[in-house]
Design a protein around this ligand. Structure first.
Ligand code: HEM
Length: 208
């Protein structure tokens, strides 16, 4: 329902993209909190919040598998759009200015800017490492000893990298870029937002 708001809107994410994204977010947060509670006694209070140690032990790998599956859906939808081009490399050289709202001299972006693209590939690599090492830890009796040892090392390392990337992502998309969150909840943005943050994409969709 648009109600009395007749100002122009541009669709940024369709319903399927938004559902897949929020599935990824929920499953990731569950896996992260349950995983932290299994990793160190300092975080054990999180297990108490999530239903107790046994529940968390049983559901953490299932949450992780669901996270990987949901991210797989986003991968299929977005991977081609996340390939970096020549303009993205120029963007990365001055991208820190974007985070500080000094956008002069920062090249225009397409649907996703170079920072978002880099984070996408970091998240994809992190998820792949978490999935493979997680399966090894899930079924240890079926795995050779060398693989189990590697998984014990890789799983927390990949988790720390993924958590770092997600903290940056949540910070950028909620606090640094006002209007971005609405794109992922309601699906649309104002033309002014599109022009300011994703100029090339704006011209494509607005035909200008
Ligand atoms: C509560 C947590 C999260 C919030 C608040 C959030 C918020 C958002 C928002 C607002 C956008 C749209 C940005 C735009 O229009 O340009 C977005 C896009 C995206 N999100 Fe999330 N997100 C969360 C969790 C996650 C997780 C866990 C992942 C993956 C592991 C993820 C992956 C992505 C990707 C790949 C995009 C597209 C590119 C980008 O904007 O970085 N998100 N998210």
């Amino acid at each position: 329902m648009r109600g009395t708001d007749l100002k122009p809107r541009i669709e940024r994410f369709n319903a399927a993209e938004r559902v897949a994204h929020w599935m990824v977010a929920i499953c990731f947060l569950y896996s992260a909190f349950s995983g932290l509670s299994l990793w160190s006694h300092r975080f054990y209070w999180m297990a108490a919040v999530l239903g107790g140690g046994e529940t968390v032990r049983a559901w953490h790998p299932i949450g992780g598998a669901m996270f990987a599956a949901a991210l797989g859906v986003l991968f299929v939808k977005w991977a081609r759009q996340m390939v970096l081009d020549r303009d993205d490399l120029a963007w990365l050289a001055v991208g820190h200015r974007y985070a500080m709202h000094e956008e002069e001299g920062v090249p225009e972006s397409g649907r996703f800017n170079a920072g978002q693209k880099v984070l996408f590939w970091v998240q994809t690599a992190g998820a792949l490492m978490l999935l493979v090492s997680g399966v090894v830890l899930w079924f240890p009796q079926a795995m050779p000893r060398a693989l189990r040892l590697a998984a014990v090392f890789v799983h927390p390392l990949a988790a720390v990298v993924s958590l770092g990337a997600i903290i940056v992502h949540i910070y950028m998309s909620t606090l640094v870029v006002p209007g971005a969150l609405r794109a992922m909840t309601k699906g649309w943005v104002r033309p002014g937002w599109a022009k300011a943050h994703h100029g090339k994409w704006y011209r494509e969709v607005a035909g200008k």
